[in-house]
Design a protein around this ligand. Sequence first.
Ligand code: PZK
Length: 286
Amino acid sequence: MPEATHVGSGKVRELYALDDDRLLLVASDRISTFDVVLPTEIPDKGRVLTGLSGFWFARTRHVVPNHLLALRDDARSTECRRLEMLPIECVVRGYLSGSGWKDYRATGEVCGHRLPEGLVESQQLPRPIFTPATKAQTGHDENIDRDAAVELVGEDRFDEVEATALALYELAAEHARARGIILADTKLEFGLDDRGRLVLGDEAFTPDSSRFWPADEYRPGSTPPSFDKQFVRDYCESLGWDKTHPGPELPDEVVTGTRARYVEAFEHLTGIGFDDYLADPRVVLA
Ligand code: PZK
């Protein structure tokens, strides 16, 4: 009898069923840039993201329960509760970037939130906003307004998810800011347990689900360097690659530099040595 049945693939993660109630979420070392998964892996990237998620799940349990049951010894696998996932991506933005900036420039609004005139790219918003999106099976998620999201999850659930996502963002952004990192925005995913209670799932506050900017390089009006993938982006740009599949192999110095950035972010945000995490992943839960 197989230990686990493969049930899904993300771009850089795999999902397995352990039994009727439990899933195993495995974070690989694959890296994507410009939406293409590259042929070269970044050693330990999946472990860094798994550790950061675990850290955040442990520190936000008082805000909302989450799906984490256990971190495995391989430091890249999370045993989690199987949930009924809500059909929306729960994005919170504290700064104007990515599709939020694009929508604002076109309409002055993001997901129905009318914003002040004259904001520039990457500018901090007057207050964080909840900007849900549909979960596209292929291609890009589509930003939706409150009415469209209410249509998908119901009004009471929408209000609960919005308040919870904003509270989680505020907590993580304040923690990161005190350590010199701006959490510009983040994508959260929620599900319901067997009693219909809201539970935080997926990954939480990782560089793959969030924009982290080094505070000392932040300058409104430009696109800040993403702290983790900037070496990879810069290298890919230098090749004149057309950003279609397949992506380029990365040279050793880009791999080494990028791995160092991930490990540095882990240690900076958690205050835990990465070697200590590898020796016993449960240290992030303490
Ligand atoms: C669930 N995904 C996204 C797809 C991945 C991840 N706790 C949960 N219960 C039920 N379903 C999911 C989760 C979680 N997390 C997550 N799809 C379903 C996904 C493919 C690979 F790694």
